[in-house]
Design a protein around this ligand. Structure first.
Ligand code: SAM
Ligand code: SF4
Length: 351
């Protein structure tokens, strides 16, 4: 699909015509990654963050947020729950927390790998080469780092540099691949200042990066952030709504047929009734149920009103299963590795 076609779909307002896009994405999903929906247990291990991204409620400058860091035992317990529920993966996500150390994290990864068959995914922000290498050596399988937007100017505006370091999430994605991680990335949809052209370029970049996972969700305003007060030019601005999110999921599936694509919590936040199901029917094949202990969930407030913050896993697990089965799909078995990654590894090619 070329840039012109991508742009046409991004600008298409007609729900009837969009049905064609949804059907095409669903057919590609079914043919390339099948009907299984892989479940990844998400554990938000810390909400400390040294950065000050202009969109995020965890930013260091948000003094109103109560901070927490889960203990090793709490994380191990969550990993045990993921295993009991038959999930194939644990995703450990956090702010860019200096309290998460190279050795502490490596030890935790080793312990999870020794005690469970789970694949381990990390989403801990921009970390040093040494840390990324040590965590991979300890057994981490995958790393998620969204590039947020491919437009360098917009990226610089919303994602200020930290500690004078040059900002290069895209460079880091290439490095993660060299280190042998399955690599996931993605963008926020409707960041103030994001144009249709730049979103179309984001989708092309998914294909160029040949990603194993693509996580995209709508930007949701957090009032305690600089972007909480921005009002962009509505004629050029990409709307941060569900329809636009579905378009990006569907186009991502078409340009990267083999990749793993989650129906994200941000999407479920915009449409609690059926956001996840519609995402799964328009390109997605992954859901990430939240295993963070309930006491911490509300403190991981990236944006307000997040779906499922008040429910424990006892409610979430059966609810998600019901939703998957309700649309005629089935929960995945095993780790749900990226097909693209397995193919390249089997061929002995450079990843
Ligand atoms: N600190 C790590 C990082 O930045 O990659 C991982 C945690 S961070 C909270 C995970 C993702 O949340 C970010 O990549 C960003 O896309 C998303 N996010 C942050 N603020 C958001 C907002 N206001 N609305 C929607 N998504 C948001
Ligand atoms: Fe920190 Fe990640 Fe939020 Fe940026 S997006 S402030 S790095 S948690």
């Amino acid at each position: 699909m070329n840039r012109t076609e991508i742009l046409q779909w991004l600008r298409e307002p007609d729900e009837k015509r969009l049905e064609t896009l949804w059907e095409r994405a669903d057919a590609v999903r079914s043919e390339h990654v099948g009907d299984e929906v892989h479940l990844r247990g998400l554990v938000e291990i810390s909400n400390h963050c040294r950065r000050s991204c202009h969109y995020c409620g965890l930013r260091a400058d948000n003094a109103e947020l109560t901070r927490y860091r889960m203990s090793r035992d709490e994380v191990l317990e969550a990993a045990g729950t993921a295993m009991e529920l038959g999930y194939g993966t644990i995703v450990m996500q956090a702010g860019e927390d200096p309290g998460i150390t190279e050795e502490g994290m490596a030890e935790l990864i080793r312990q999870i790998k020794a005690e469970t068959p789970l694949a381990v995914t990390l989403s801990l922000g921009e970390r040093t080469d040494r840390e990324l290498e040590a965590w991979r050596a300890a057994g981490a399988d995958r790393y998620l780092l969204r590039f947020e937007t491919s437009n360098p100017e917009l990226y610089r505006q919303v994602h200020p540099a930290y500690g004078g370091q040059p900002e290069d999430r895209i460079g880091l994605l290439y490095r993660l691949r060299e280190l042998g991680y399955e690599v996931g990335s993605g963008v926020m949809i409707g960041i103030p200042g994001q144009t249709f052209e730049s979103l179309a370029r984001d989708i092309e970049l998914f294909a160029e990066l040949d990603l194993d996972m693509i996580g995209c969700g709508p930007f949701i305003v957090h009032p305690k952030t600089p972007l909480g007060e921005t009002h962009g030019d509505r004629t050029k601005q990409v709307p941060a709504d569900q329809q636009m999110t579905f378009k990006v999921l569907a186009l991502a599936r078409i340009v990267c047929p083999d990749t793993n694509i989650p129906a994200t919590t941000a999407l479920a936040t915009l449409n609690r009734d059926s956001g996840r199901e519609l995402g799964l029917q328009r390109g997605a094949n992954v859901v990430m149920p939240n295993l963070t202990p309930t006491a911490y969930r509300q403190m991981y407030e990236i944006y307000p009103g997040k779906a499922c913050v008040n429910e424990g896993i006892e409610q979430c697990a059966p609810c998600i299963l019901r939703r998957i089965i309700g649309i005629g799909r089935r929960p995945g078995r095993g780790r749900g590795d990226s097909i693209r990654f397995r193919r390249h590894t089997a061929a002995g090619e450079a990843l």
